[in-house]
Design a protein around this ligand. Sequence first.
Ligand SMILES: C[S@@+](CC[C@H](N)C(=O)[O-])C[C@H]1O[C@@H](n2cnc3c(N)ncnc32)[C@H](O)[C@@H]1O
Length: 474
Amino acid sequence: MQPLRAWLTRNAAFCDDRLALERDSHGHARVVALASIPITTTVGRIPKSLVLSHRTSSLLLDDSAHSTLDSLPPALRLAVHVAHELRLGPHSRWHVYLASCPTEEVPVALLWDDGEASTWLEGTQVECEARRLGMNRSRLRDFYTSTALPLFTQLANSATPSFETFARAYSLVSSRAFQVDAYHSLALVPLADIFNHSDPPHVHFASETWVCPECGKLERCEHDEEGDVTYQAKATVVTEDDTCDMVVERAIEAGEEVFNTYGQLSNAKLLASYGFLLEANEHDIIEFDLDEAVNLYLPYATRREVFIQRFETFKTFDHVSSINDDHPLLHPSDPARISIDADGRLSTGLWLLALAAANDMAGAETHQEVVARLAEAVGLMASEQEVEVEDGAGAATRFIPAAEDVATISLVSQMVLQLCRSYRSRQHKADLGGADLLDLAEDTEDAKVQLALEYLAGERLILERVEQQWTDFL
Ligand SMILES: C[S@@+](CC[C@H](N)C(=O)[O-])C[C@H]1O[C@@H](n2cnc3c(N)ncnc32)[C@H](O)[C@@H]1O
């Protein structure tokens, strides 16, 4: 990493001497502290003129190419510029920096082809994430052929980047670009992108985003107009060299790896866009499609409209105080979301939907107090918690739910289990448990298949936990 360090210095970037830029045993770059560093220290400062963005790249565009690229999502637009710079090799201004980045395509699951690894991700949250982002390998190839290649051929005065180079460029953008400001938009930021991810992190990325979107100036410029929002925001900013900074937010000990955060991201998001997983990730979530869940429960419901109306009424009970952070089976969340969290707890919305179906089946009236009582009862039953109930002698007695509540909770359990089974049935080898998948992951040599198996094992372990918890109530 010495050439990169020298290149950063030559280009007026600052990197704290207490930081070592190094490679781990797999050759992956990381940052390690050589000495302790207190909070609020700025350990890295990169002039914005050094970032690689659609504004700074050497790809010269005519007006029509400009408008083609400007209408694209920022990641695709930046990938075109990065591919161009990669293709320039030593003639690129960023050659030393790009040479320090991974030389192979980063294994972001978004771009995996239809091989075994993708098969293991069928029906998972990674697939949902890829759909949400609207990208996959065949779309990227189509874009390359129909849009990027004609642009390169027409405009670049060197040979055009291959699809492999373009895919590598996209994987670099996906796994290491930052939202810099209103002018550069998404960009590669040398030095800032060497920090690996953890949550919580030691450092964060800081950049003044309120710059002129036309010329990038931090201070007032000819594009500002009195009264416009940008003008008002910029007027308070002291004029100085505009930089991207890495600022310490948690004290760093000597010898520690120094981490940034890429956000509060689930393993599905990390695998889709960054190509790695965390061993335990509290942000993991299994999200269900509301329509699918409703359709699954409909055979039990009287009429669709009645069932939906019941669910809508339940959703208005938005402050069911017994659903709180300490609840063992339910987690407080937006009632519109039908999901299960990393601890196997149902979202408020899933609980209410399953309860609405159970309620509908039993033809029962339900009020907010009943919903709250049932939520509390299910928590107490799960943790077999002893509650202080005044009996004759004033002693604590075991919680005993009312018989009708036990019957309703049993119906809710059926609904919950059915949703989990239906979700799982759409995945590859639905009969394999989390532990089986982890065994398979250990035995494979293929890095992508291993990642996919480990990811799927995580989802299965969550579902198994739910199944185990709710089977007890049947
Ligand atoms: C912004 S780069 C960080 C620098 C990177 N390690 C490198 O070699 O250039 C993001 C990439 O680093 C890796 N990475 C980041 N955080 C990680 C973590 N906690 N565990 C494993 N890999 C991680 C992933 O490959 C990810 O795509």
